[in-house]
Design a binder for this molecule. Structure first.
Ligand SMILES: Nc1nc2c(ncn2[C@@H]2O[C@H](COP(=O)(O)OP(=O)(O)O)[C@@H](O)[C@H]2O)c(=O)[nH]1
Ligand SMILES: [Mg+2]
Length: 196
C-alpha cells in the first residue's frame, strides 16, 4: 500500500503539549544518526518528510504526522548526542518517557540501532525501560550496507544477545539500498491493522 496524504500535525517539546490521543500511533526512536529519519521516510515512501541530516543535529522535539487520516507517525527525538548538557538530557528523558508512558494508542514502537555499533550503557538503559513498559516494540538494525555478510552475522548475533526480543522481531535494514525495508514496512502495517 502507498500513502496518499501525509500531514504534519504538531511538534511537541513538553509532555504537557501532547495532542489528545485519537488515531493509532507508531513511534520511531533511535540514537542520533542511526537513520531514524531515513527509515521514517522509507516507511512512508517519501524522500524528505522527516529531515535527514548529514551532520547529527539536535532535535529535541517530538513530531507528529498524520497519514491518510488513519494513523499517526511519531518521530521521537534522538538520544546519545555527544556533549549534551545534563539539563537537556533530563528534558529529553521527560519528553520521551512522558510520551511512552502516557495512555495512548501506541500500536508499535520501532527502536532503531546502527548494526555496526555495540549496545552501550545508554542503549541498554533504554532497552530496559522499554521492556518495562510492556508495549509492543521491534528492533531495526540499520546500515547493513556498511558490513560484509560475515560481519552482519556476527553483529546480529551480538544484538540478539542484548535484545529481549524473539528473532522475528529483529530486522536488518539498509535505508541506502532498501534491503530489509519491505519486511519492516509490513510489520508496522500489520501492527496498525493495515494490509501491505
Ligand atoms: N550507509 C548508510 N547510511 C545511512 C543509512 N540510513 C541512514 N544513513 C545515513 O546516516 C546519516 C543519518 O541519517 P538520518 O536519517 O538523518 O539519521 P537520524 O539522525 O537518526 O534521523 C545520513 O547521512 C544518512 O544518509 C543506511 O542504511 N546506510
Ligand atoms: Mg533525524
Amino acid at each position: 500500500m502507498s500513502f496518499r496524504e501525509i500531514q504534519f500535525v504538531k511538534s511537541v517539546v513538553k509532555p504537557e503539549d501532547l495532542p489528545v490521543p485519537g488515531l493509532p500511533e507508531v513511534a520511531f526512536l533511535g540514537r542520533s544518526n542511526v537513520g531514524k529519519s531515513s527509515l521514517i521516510n522509507a516507511f512512508l515512501g517519501r524522500k524528505k518528510l522527516a529531515r535527514v541530516s548529514s551532520t547529527p543535529g539536535f532535535t529535541r522535539a517530538l513530531n507528529f504526522f498524520r497519514v491518510d487520516h488513519r494513523f499517526l507517525v511519531v518521530d521521537l527525538p534522538g538520544y546519545g548526542f555527544a556533549r549534551v548538557p545534563p539539563k537537556v538530557q533530563r528534558a529529553w528523558k521527560r519528553l520521551v518517557e512522558g510520551y511512552l508512558s502516557a495512555a495512548r494508542p501506541l500500536r508499535l514502537l520501532i527502536l532503531i540501532f546502527d548494526l555496526r555499533r555495540r549496545a552501550d550503557e545508554l542503549d541498554r538503559g533504554l532497552l530496559e525501560y522499554v521492556e518495562s513498559l510492556g508495549r509492543p516494540y521491534i528492533a531495526v538494525l540499520n546500515k547493513i550496507d556498511k558490513l560484509s555478510r560475515n560481519e552482519r552475522l556476527k553483529a546480529r548475533a551480538e544484538w540478539l544477545s542484548v535484545l529481549s526480543l524473539p528473532e522475528e522481531e529483529i530486522f536488518l535494514t539498509s535505508c541506502r539500498t532498501g534491503e530489509g525495508i519491505p519486511a519492516v514496512r509490513s510489520r508496522i502495517l500489520s501492527a496498525l491493522g493495515l494490509r501491505a
